[in-house]
Design a protein around this ligand. Structure first.
Ligand code: PEP
Length: 264
């Protein structure tokens, strides 16, 4: 990375299938109290952006709370379909999310790849749809334990990146957040070492530069995700190629999540 480039950090809370809308309201109110100083200003440093990703049933409630309390967080979603409207029973379209003020949408999460059979092809369509509606995809990539142990981690990530970034413009690329999430680290308590996470994030930066062009390498934002918590966040975020964290479990505890956001 260019040492003169001021690092902007994005901390994202993936609430997964947790918190009904009453609980979600309480959580965002707790976040509001912890993120504000008595004079109404935010406790966050200027370089830190935060997004929270409730379930679909809580998005409207959380959106209203963010707006009325001026909570310094962006509204996010965990998924969406890639088609704008039609006969897709049970699905939520990117247009619906954009109309609710959603700015970041997680896509390609390993849980969706594993349990809902989302392929790279589907993930690419979702990335395209999210971008088309003016939102930012948070694209998750990462290897399984088996792939890491057999020396295939870098190749796996390279293929996932190729599927999304080949024939992608500079402008679109700079709107995509990449989350390196080793599958074995998600929800397991086994965080990647900051050195291993840094090495893979540096590799991701280089690969995207090769796929799209050298002008994107300084500007792309790369998060690490996988059992990040208030104890390891500072170390992870001090790595030069880690520009943020995608946080699952620890984002459900307002105190822990705010401690993570303040550890930059
Ligand atoms: C995630 O779901 O993206 C995640 C990183 O979860 P956890 O922090 O619980 O490992």
């Amino acid at each position: 990375m260019n040492a003169n480039f001021e690092k902007q950090v994005l901390i994202s809370g993936n609430w997964k299938m947790n918190e009904n809308h009453f609980e979600a309201l309480r959580l965002v109110q707790e976040l509001s109290a912890l993120l504000h100083l008595p004079n109404g200003e935010t406790v966050l440093s200027e370089s830190v952006m935060v997004s929270i990703h409730p379930t679909f049933t809580s998005i409207r409630t959380v959106q209203t709370a963010i707006e009325s309390d001026h909570v310094p967080v962006f509204l996010g979603a965990q998924n969406c379909h890639y088609i704008d409207k039609g006969a897709y029973t049970g699905e939520i379209s990117p247009d619906m999310l954009a109309k609710l003020g959603v700015q970041y949408v997680i896509t390609g999460h390993s849980e969706r790849r594993q349990y809902f059979f989302e392929t790279d092809e589907i993930v690419r369509k979702k990335v395209d749809a999210i971008l088309r509606h003016g939102m930012h995809p948070i694209l998750c990539v990462g290897e399984s334990m088996e792939e890491r142990n057999s020396g295939k981690a870098y190749n796996k990530v390279k293929e996932q990146l190729k599927a999304i970034f080949s024939a992608r413009s500079v402008e679109e690329t700079l709107r995509i957040v990449i989350a390196y999430e080793p599958i074995w680290a998600i929800g397991s308590g086994m965080t990647a070492t900051s050195g291993d996470a840094e090495d893979m994030c540096a590799y991701i930066r280089k690969e995207i530069g090769e796929l799209v062009g050298p002008e994107v390498t300084d500007g792309i934002l790369i998060q690490y995700g996988g059992s990040a918590n208030e104890q390891n966040a500072g170390d992870l975020l001090s790595q030069s190629n880690i520009d943020g964290l995608l946080v699952g479990g620890a984002s459900l505890d307002a105190k822990k999540f705010v401690a993570i956001c303040r550890s930059v």
